[in-house]
Each structure stands twice: as structure tokens, then as C-alpha cells.
Design a protein around this ligand. Structure first.
Ligand SMILES: C[S@@+](CC[C@H](N)C(=O)[O-])C[C@H]1O[C@@H](n2cnc3c(N)ncnc32)[C@H](O)[C@@H]1O
Length: 300
């Protein structure tokens, strides 16, 4: 079922395996964020998170190939996964036709998951690939992170973003998740895998221009759509679970202050032509009153 959320944004309540075809998605896709279930045996209502490994990676290769067929020349794919799956991610992208660009290490700005017999885990990977070797859009963003200890002189003009992203906090279950994490009236997280908006902001600013079309085939709580809408990009989400589709609908149609990405503009201020790259905020026009999300969600 198709839900039109704004003139520039819709979500399909569907299985992406069958929905990733031209008849459901009419326009060419310019960039995709792929954040699938990680097949780590979590109990979910709408899908099996404990598939045999070979079956899971066949599925991922099929999804990557379908996205490839829908993508414009030079369009981008960002595929997020656990670090231990890196070899499978890279193989799957290669076999689906994608050209490798970077293996981004998202070193989470939260404490590591401790390991008793190995080193604690502190990062997740995001493979960045394009359709053909040359990206159709790549904006070299500049940021100005705190100076490392021992550096005396402030930078004049920031530094280019590299393939190590260590300035973005994960939305963990505790208070660190802050206002951005969607919660019910009792404070329980409404989507445990909600991605930080700052990750999407960096990917979309880097690999798209205003007016481009962004796809998220595992849309979850709708982070990609909420960020795309604010940057003047068009967006398409696909999500299997009706509860999450309702979450997305509320999140896009009833904007929350915590979802306003304009507070991150200053982080990229050293980037040439930032205003043109950023595009026009559609969710939070200066005159509109920003509301709290009303949660008219179906029962779990
Ligand atoms: C890791 S979460 C994505 C979280 C998302 N990035 C966010 O910010 O909320 C994966 C999502 O994929 C959905 N899903 C699982 N299998 C699917 C399928 N075959 N087609 C579409 N969505 C699916 C799940 O319901 C879940 O919400």
C-alpha cells in the first residue's frame, strides 16, 4: 500500500524484495541508504531475523541488484552493517554490479561493547558504492571537530570529512539517546534500530543535490525520509511493519523539534557553497509551529 506523506515523499507498506521494481518506484533513484535487519536472531513480529547465513546474503545481493537497476548513472548506495560482516557486504555489492568507493568506519561516540576474549567493539561499517566508477554528485564536506590533544592552533577552515566518522552518537537505549529517540508515554523506545539523523545528513549532503531522489528500502522509523524532506530531496521509503509505517507517517507529517536538522548546519559551515548543497528546509519552515509527535499508532 502506498502512503503519500508530502508532495515529495511517500512510503510503501511492502516487502522491499517485491517492491523494488520500476512499476512501484517510477523515478530513477539517486542515492539509497540500506540498513537491513542484521540477521542476529532478534525476535521481531514482521520478519525472520535468523535466516541461514547463505540465504540472508543471497537476499542482500538480490536487494542490492534491484536497487542498482533502479539507480541513475553514478548514483550512490550506503550499506550499513556489523563490522564482522564486511567481507560479505563487499562481495554482495561487487556481485550486484556496484563500484566500491569507501568503507566508512562509524566509530560510535558511545562506549564500546566489551569483549571478554577479544577487543571491545566500537564501530560499525558503512560501505559507500556507486553505479559506475564516477559519482554523479560528490560534495566534499568540511567539518571542524575539536583539536586533538597537543594541537595548539585552531584550524582556519576546518578539515575534509574522511572515511572515519567519529563525531556521531548512537541512539542507545539510555538517556544518551536524548530527545531524538522516538518513545512512547512510558519512555520505551518505539524503534530500537532508529538511526541517528546526523548519519543520514552526512550521506545525503555528500551524495545528493536538492531535488534528487533518495530511497530507503528498510525505512524503519523513517529517519532517511525526515532528513531528505528537510534538505529539499525527494524520498521513497519501503517498510514491512504497519506499526513502523504509522511511525513514519507521524514523524514526517507532524514534525518534532528533535527532528530539526538545521541545528547541524553550523557543523559544516566551512564547506564551500553550503547553502546550495543544503537545499531548502521543507519540514520546518520558519513560520510553522513545531509540534510534538501525536502517537496514533496501531497496537503491537
Ligand atoms: C534496522 S531497521 C531500519 C531502521 C532505520 N534505519 C531507522 O532509522 O529507523 C530495519 C527495518 O526493516 C524492516 N524490514 C524488515 N524486513 C523488511 C522487508 N523485507 N521489506 C521492508 N522492510 C523490512 C523492519 O521492520 C525494520 O523496521
Amino acid at each position: 500500500m502506498k502512503h503519500l506523506l508530502t508532495p515529495h515523499c511517500f512510503v510503501l507498506q511492502a516487502n522491499c524484495t517485491s517492491a523494488l521494481v520500476g512499476s512501484s518506484i517510477a523515478s530513477k533513484i539517486d542515492a539509497t541508504f540500506l540498513d537491513p535487519p542484521f540477521n542476529q536472531d532478534k525476535v521481531y513480529k514482521a520478519w525472520d531475523d535468523n535466516m541461514p547465513a547463505a540465504e540472508y546474503w543471497d537476499w542482500m545481493r538480490d536487494v542490492c541488484a534491484k536497487i542498482y537497476a533502479l539507480t541513475s548513472d553514478g548514483g550512490a548506495l550506503y550499506f550499513m552493517q556489523r563490522e564482522k560482516n564486511t567481507e560479505f557486504v563487499l562481495r554482495c555489492l561487487r556481485e550486484a554490479g556496484w563500484a566500491f568507493q569507501n568503507l566508512i568506519v562509524w566509530k560510535k561516540k558511545t562506549s564500546a561493547v566489551p569483549g571478554m576474549k577479544r577487543f571491545g567493539k566500537h564501530y560499525q561499517v558503512i560501505a559507500f558504492a556507486t553505479k559506475g566508477k564516477t559519482p554523479r554528485v560528490f560534495h566534499r564536506l568540511r567539518i571542524d571537530p575539536p583539536l586533538p590533544a597537543g594541537y595548539k592552533h585552531a584550524r582556519k577552515n576546518g578539515v575534509f570529512v574522511t572515511d572515519v566518522w567519529d563525531d556521531i552518537r548512537e541512539l542507545t537505549s539510555g538517556y544518551f539517546a536524548g530527545d531524538e529517540a522516538l518513545r512512547d508515554a512510558d519512555g520505551n523506545r518505539l524503534h530500537k534500530q532508529q538511526t541517528p539523523m546526523q548519519l543520514l545528513l552526512r550521506m545525503l549532503l555528500s551524495s545528493t543535490a536538492p531535488g534528487d531522489v533518495v530511497l530507503d528500502p528498510f525505512a524503519g522509523s523513517g529517519t532517511t525520509l525526515v532528513v531528505a524532506e528537510q534538505l529539499g530531496r525527494k524520498s521513497i521509503g519501503i517498510e514491512l511493519d504497519a506499526f513502523n509505517v504509522a511511525l513514519i507517517r507521524n514523524r514526517v507529517m507532524e514534525p518534532r523539534k528533535a527532528d530539526d536538522v538545521s541545528r547541524f548546519f553550523q557543523d559544516y559551515i566551512s564547506t564551500p557553497n553550503l547553502n546550495a548543497i543544503w537545499g531548502t528546509t521543507r519540514l520546518f519552515p520558519a513560520s510553522s509551529a513545531v509540534q510534538q509527535i501525536p502517537l496514533f499508532l496501531p497496537q503491537r
